[in-house]
Design a protein around this ligand. Structure first.
Ligand code: CA
Length: 222
């Protein structure tokens, strides 16, 4: 799952990027609303963490602009302790949640997971596809009762497919789910990871190739 951090404060941004990265998210960062708007317009990100205090165009204006443009990316706002009016405004303008600075990284990660889940209409941290269970909070997978060992990238791919199980997930989206701006990945990388995952999943759950489009995770017998 991919997150864009919109924060001009280097220290806060670095801490967020590190913390969310350790929690398993693919994280990119911009320092201004002007940079955030086109990045979020591509639909590559599953969530944006937006600080209200940004140079020039502030976070509230960014939220308003995004929502007016029809952008539905979930937004978690960061506000100062005394920013009650800002928090109310942010939610009214279309932000989905907020956190007050200083925040604890595990809470930021949990809120991010909850918001992304909500938009994918998954109600709990556990996903089931046939005999495969994914725990999105602990990032562990169980297949037919046994732990499934996967690498971080294989996990990211499996999670992206499972969140949209039964539907085609485009190759470009999978590519963005496993690597951020700093990672150099070719479309062939997806084929490599899919093939490894297929080997691990065996016949229990199928990752089907939908020619020219992408991949679909199916339960057996579907
Ligand atoms: Ca700031």
């Amino acid at each position: 799952m991919r997150i864009l951090i919109v924060e001009d404060d280097e220290l806060v941004a670095d801490a967020l990027k590190r913390g969310l990265g350790e929690a398993g998210f693919v994280v990119d960062r911009v320092g201004s609303a002007e940079q955030a708007e086109p990045a979020l317009g591509t639909g590559e990100f599953d969530l944006a963490v937006v600080d209200i205090g940004l140079p020039q165009v502030d976070g509230l204006t960014l939220v308003r602009r995004l929502r007016r443009a029809g952008n539905t990316t979930p937004i978690l706002i960061l506000t100062a302790r005394d920013g009650l009016a800002d928090r109310v405004d942010a939610l009214d303008l279309g932000a989905d949640d907020y956190l007050v600075k200083p925040f604890e990284l595990p809470e930021v990660a949990a809120r991010c997971r909850a918001l992304i889940r909500r938009t994918r209409s998954a109600t709990s941290a556990e996903l089931h596809v046939g005999p495969l269970s994914l725990d999105l909070a602990s990032r562990t997978a169980v297949l037919s009762g046994s732990p499934l060992e996967v690498t971080p990238r294989e996990w990211a791919l499996l999670e992206c497919l499972a969140l949209d199980a039964g539907r085609v997930v485009r190759k470009e989206r999978l590519l963005r789910a496993i690597g951020g701006w700093d990672d150099e990945l070719t479309p062939n990388a997806i084929e490599v990871y899919v093939s490894r995952l297929r080997g691990k999943l065996g016949d229990a759950v199928a990752i089907r190739t939908v020619r020219g489009l992408g991949y679909r995770l199916d339960e057996p017998g579907v």
